[in-house]
Ligand binder design. Structure first.
Ligand code: UD1
Ligand code: UDP
Length: 368
C-alpha cells in the first residue's frame, strides 16, 4: 500500500513527521513524501530536525503570494506527482491552504484522502481565516477523518459525517513533543542561553494569524510592551514569524526594550524546550495551544475564537481576544497573583498520549 504524505508549512511538517516515521517502520507500507513548500526556511528547519528528505519538492514558495496563487500552484504541482505515483491514500494534516489543495488534487484523481487533525471547528468561517474553511472543505473530500479528541469527533457527527469514517487518534503534536523536549536540554543560541531563567519570568510570545495582522497585532504587542515596563523581572522572547507584515509591527512596537528579545524563528527542538522553561505563553498559534498545556504553561490565547477549546475548558488556556485592555489585564493578573497563576499552571493533556501516528497507520492498514 502506497501512502503519500503531503505538507507545506512548519506546523504541518511538525505534525506529519511522526506519521512519516511510523509509516516508514512498516514494511507493508510504502511512503512517498511530497512537500509543496508553501513555507521555505520555516519548513526546511523541520525537515532537517526530523531527517526527512522529501521525494518531491514542489518549491511553490514566493514571498507575499496570495491565497489563490498558493492554491493554484500547489494543485498544479500535485496533479503531476499524483498521476505519476498513483498512491492508494493521500494524507494531509491540519488546515492550511496546502491541506485543502492536497485534498482537492487527490479528489480529482479519485485517490482516497486521510485528514489528520480533523473535526476542529471555531464556528466562524472568518476566524481563523482561511483555516476554518480549509478544514471544512477538506472534510467534505476525505475518506478517513483522524480526529484528535472526542469533541472533534462530535463536531464531525454534527455535520453528518458517518461514524465509521471517524477515528479518534490523539494529536500527533504530542508524538513530536515527546521526541524533542528533554530535561537536560542545552540551547545552542546565545540569546537564549544568556537569559537568567531562575530569576526572570520569561514570557514567550508568538503571533502570525492573518486575521490579527493590523490593529489586533498592534494591540497585542502594545499590551506586552507595557507589561514589560511595569514588571522589571519580566523578559519576553518572540521568535518572529518570517512574514514581513508581522515583523514590521513587532520592530515598531517591541523593538526598543532590552528585555524584549525579537529573534528569528527557532528550530522545533529549541522552541519546545523554551516553552518548557518559560513562565507563560501569549500566542495566536494553533499548535502552541496544544503544546503549552501539555507542558504545564498558562497560555493567553490572543484570538477572538478558538477551535481548540479543550485547553480553555481544562483551565490552562484563556481566550483573551485581541483588544488591548483584556490582554494587559490578564497578563497583569497572572504576573501579580500567584493563586491565579497556579490555577492555570497545570499540565493537562487532552490531546493525546504520543501514539497518534501509530494509531493512524494501524487504521490505514485495517481499512484499506
Ligand atoms: C500559513 C498558513 C497558516 C498557518 C501558518 C503556520 C495558510 C493560508 N496559512 O500562514 O494556516 O498557521 O502558515 O505558520 O495556509 N514566509 C517566509 N518564509 C517562510 C514562510 C513564510 O518568508 O518559510 C513569509 C513570506 O513572506 C510569506 C509570508 O511569510 O508570503 C506568509 O506565508 P503564508 O504561507 O502565505 O502564510 P502564513 O501566515 O505563514
Ligand atoms: N514553532 C517552532 N519555532 C518557532 C515558533 C513555533 O518550531 O519559532 C512551532 C511550535 O512549537 C508549533 C508550530 O511551530 O508546533 C506552530 O506553528 P505556527 O504557530 O506557525 O502555526 P499554527 O500552529 O498556528 O498553524
Amino acid at each position: 500500500m502506497k501512502v503519500m504524505c503531503v505538507f507545506g508549512t512548519r506546523p504541518e511538517g511538525i505534525k506529519m513527521a511522526p506519521i512519516v516515521k511510523a509509516i516508514k517502520k512498516r514494511p507493508e507500507l510504502e511512503c512517498v513524501v511530497c512537500i509543496t513548500a508553501q513555507h521555505r526556511e520555516m519548513l526546511d528547519q523541520v525537515l532537517n530536525l526530523f531527517n526527512i528528505v522529501p521525494d518531491y519538492d514542489l518549491n511553490i514558495f514566493k514571498p507575499g503570494q496570495s491565497l489563490t496563487e498558493i492554491t493554484t500552484r500547489a494543485i498544479k504541482g500535485l496533479e503531476e506527482v499524483i498521476t505519476k505515483e498513483k498512491p492508494d491514500v493521500l494524507l494531509v494534516q491540519g488546515d492550511t491552504t496546502t491541506v485543502f489543495a492536497g485534498a482537492l488534487a487527490a479528489f480529482y484523481q479519485k485517490v482516497k484522502i486521510g485528514h489528520v487533525e480533523a473535526g476542529l471547528r471555531s464556528g466562524n468561517l472568518y476566524s481563523p481565516y482561511p483555516e476554518e474553511a480549509n478544514r471544512k472543505l477538506t472534510g467534505v473530500l476525505s475518506d478517513f477523518h483522524f480526529a484528535p479528541t472526542e469533541r472533534n469527533r462530535q463536531n464531525l457527527l454534527k455535520e453528518d459525517y458517518p461514524d465509521e469514517k471517524i477515528f479518534i487518534t490523539g494529536n500527533t503534536v504530542i508524538d513530536a513533543l515527546q521526541y524533542t523536549v528533554k530535561d537536560d536540554y542545552i540551547f545552542h543560541i546565545d540569546s537564549l542561553n544568556n537569559i537568567d531563567y531562575k530569576n526572570r519570568r520569561v514570557l514567550l510570545l508568538t503571533s502570525h494569524r492573518r486575521e490579527n495582522i493590523g490593529t489586533p497585532m498592534e494591540n497585542i504587542f502594545s499590551a506586552v510592551a507595557d507589561i514589560v515596563k511595569k514588571y522589571e523581572d519580566v523578559e519576553v522572547v518572540f521568535p518572529m514569524h518570517l512574514n514581513p507584515k508581522v515583523r514590521e509591527v513587532a520592530y515598531r512596537i517591541l523593538g526598543d526594550n532590552s528585555r524584549i528579545h525579537l529573534i528569528e524563528p527557532l528550530d522545533y527542538e529549541p522552541f519546545t524546550n523554551l516553552i518548557a522553561r518559560c513562565h507563560l505563553v501569549v500566542t495566536d498559534s494553533g499548535g502552541l495551544q496544544e503544546e503549552a498545556p501539555t507542558l504545564g504553561k498558562p497560555v493567553l490565547v490572543v484570538r477572538e475564537e478558538t477551535e481548540r477549546p479543550e485547553g480553555v475548558e481544562a483551565g490552562t488556556a484563556k481566550l483573551v481576544g485581541t483588544k488591548y485592555e483584556p490582554i494587559y489585564n490578564n497578563l497583569d493578573l497572572l504576573l501579580s497573583n500567584e493563586i491565579e497563576f497556579d490555577k492555570m499552571a497545570k499540565a493537562i493533556n487532552p490531546y493525546g498520549d504520543g501514539k497518534a501516528s501509530e494509531r493512524i497507520v494501524e487504521i490505514l492498514l485495517k481499512n484499506s
